[in-house]
Design a protein around this ligand. Sequence first.
Ligand SMILES: [Zn+2]
Ligand SMILES: [Zn+2]
Length: 389
Amino acid sequence: MKFTPDVTALHPAVVAYRRHFHQHPELSLQEHETARFIEKELHKLKLKTKRLAGTGVVSVIRSGKPGPTIMLRADMDALPVTEENTHSYRSRYKGRMHACGHDSHMAMLLGMAKLLTTHRVARGKVKLCFQPGEEGEDGAGKMVAAGVLEKPDVDFAFGMHVWAPLRTGKIAVISGPAMAAVDEFEVRLIGKGGHAAYPHSATDPVLASAAIIENLQSIVSRNVAPWEAAVVTVASVEAGTAFNIIPPVATMKGTVRTFEKPVRRLVERRLKTIVRQSAKAMGCRAEIDFIPKLPATVNDKKMSEFVRGIAGEIVGPRGVADIKPTMGGEDFSRYCEKVPAVFAFVGAQNERKGAVYPHHHPRFEIDEDALMIGMELAWRVTQSYLRNY
Ligand SMILES: [Zn+2]
Ligand SMILES: [Zn+2]
């Protein structure tokens, strides 16, 4: 692996940042101390900062020469998880943990701020974007609405995720759709309650929910083309209070994941039809809330090639992992919707260091060597982009 000496020199500082954030996790849209810490560190570098969307922090580094603007994004929030790791820098708070790795993303971006203030870039500008509320709160959408992509206008957005399924030393850049569009649905099935021993005088929404769950499975198997990807999951079903009562209402909640817009529209349409008609067949009425949450994260094809080329220079051609897109969602998609953007996965799994648990797990841990690889990638992407585009 090839590292720039200045990146190697910064590694201990970036590890220290990461451990600081790890000890002080804050939940989505409540990243107050995190934001203040970031501001303090950026002010030490004589950088001006601006608040957006409450706890978001933005800073622009200008070369003084005309050129494009690249935005580097780090998400800031932790998860409502109680950490089960026992290392010295574990979370100091019960029920809060950086179990997704956003601590690493912020640490690397602060490292980039240090690099960018000591080494001038060739031309153009670098916008540092510390974004709150990635975990289900669409913080990216809030930052976009607050104008993060303007003044100066962003020409290219780059983001990274430390990635537990990938070994340290590997980098993956998926061209095109990389992470899925996320939709949520809630269904209320209204029947007629009654005595469980006299079902003929009731209308049973529990039976209707069973029919609906089964019929929904035909969307992926019979409506979506075999070469497209989609997930329909009913994740929560609630009804009833006792063994001898037919309840009047049953509720179901679930999620839809897709990559392509036409598939997304198809699944929504079929889901609504199946729920309504199946409920009707069982004598119930269905109220459906279909809530679009996030678009798919679609990496710009040309820029993905550019980033993959740079990844290859760092980890070698065999280090560039060829992985499949994931059905997980990521609000980085909000930037992809507006400007050419690339979201890269930086391998951080290392069995020897106990970094083997999946994201969001109470024992989630990363191999901190990945921080150096991520920094090197961000540094080279930034420099090369500003030199060549
Ligand atoms: Zn997460
Ligand atoms: Zn994450």
